[in-house]
Ligand binder design. Structure first.
Ligand SMILES: [Zn+2]
Ligand SMILES: [Zn+2]
Length: 258
């Protein structure tokens, strides 16, 4: 599997990166490349087009309905609904159940069908705690994690290697369980110790991400969701103080082979 970081800026788009979005690619045994987009936050639809043509996405998976994780679906909807090619398949979107209503609210309309076309370009599949599903050769498993809204982390495997994405979460046992033994643990570190102690149940710090990586005995930790106002070396140092394995900071435009 190859993970492209489309955007990794925490909570809002920053000067160096869009908000959260990741593209997972995997070539199956027949040589077909599967492309799954995981989150599409503020500003990410533009950056996505530097990496692929959005025609080529097979499915979308959304961790939760905060704007920095789903808002640019508005752009993807316009792209798929009004594209000159009228034979594009309906795109499956796995997301919390409220997503269609939330998109309608943003677009100020009652229907999931965009104005002037006959069908929604998206088909919506609701995620629930413990749910699992397949997208081509990729198997997804979701667990509810600790965040102020319904939010999921994902364990994704091609049958050989495993990627775990925390979504947005504070420390919780279900996240550590889900991440157990992952080859790559893409884990948020939105907060830093001390500065953000007055908020609980929202985000991990670098230290708490490192503790989760240690508890789950993952092979490799990739820190993400660091906001533009945070020096990323701080969460990196925090994680290094508690986790001995390899750690990197996610960077927009970079890719990681799993
Ligand atoms: Zn977020
Ligand atoms: Zn969030």
């Amino acid at each position: 599997m190859r993970l492209h970081v489309i955007g990794c800026s925490g909570s809002f788009a920053g000067p160096e990166s869009a908000a959260s979005s990741y593209l997972l690619e995997h070539v199956d045994e027949n040589g077909r490349t599967w492309r799954v987009l995981i989150d599409l936050g503020s500003g990410a639809f533009g950056a996505l087009q530097r990496v692929i043509d959005p025609i080529d996405i097979d499915a979308v998976v959304i961790s939760h309905l905060h704007p920095d994780h789903f808002l640019d679906l508005t752009g993807l909807e316009v792209f798929r609904a009004y594209h000159e090619r009228t034979d594009l398949p309906i795109l499956p979107i796995h997301a919390p159940a409220d997503l269609p209503d939330r998109l309608c609210a943003v677009m100020n309309r009652r229907s999931t069908v965009p104005d002037g076309v006959t069908d929604s370009p998206f088909s919506y599949q609701s995620i629930t705690d413990g749910a699992s599903w397949s997208i081509g050769p990729l198997r997804f498993e979701a667990r509810t994690v600790l965040h102020p809204v319904e939010a999921y982390a994902f364990r994704i495997t091609d049958g050989d290697r495993t990627l775990v994405y925390s979504g947005d979460s504070d420390a919780c046992p279900q996240l550590d369980e889900l991440a157990s033994g992952a080859d790559l643990y893409l884990c948020e570190a939105g907060y830093i110790e001390g500065r953000d102690d007055r908020f609980t149940g929202v985000h991990l710090t670098g230290k708490r991400a490192g503790e989760s990586a240690r508890a789950a005995a993952v092979q490799r930790l990739l820190l993400t969701h660091v906001p533009a106002w945070t020096d990323p070396q701080i969460p990196l140092r925090e994680a290094r103080s508690v986790y001995d394995g390899p750690i990197e900071l996610a960077a927009a435009g970079a890719h990681y082979d799993i």
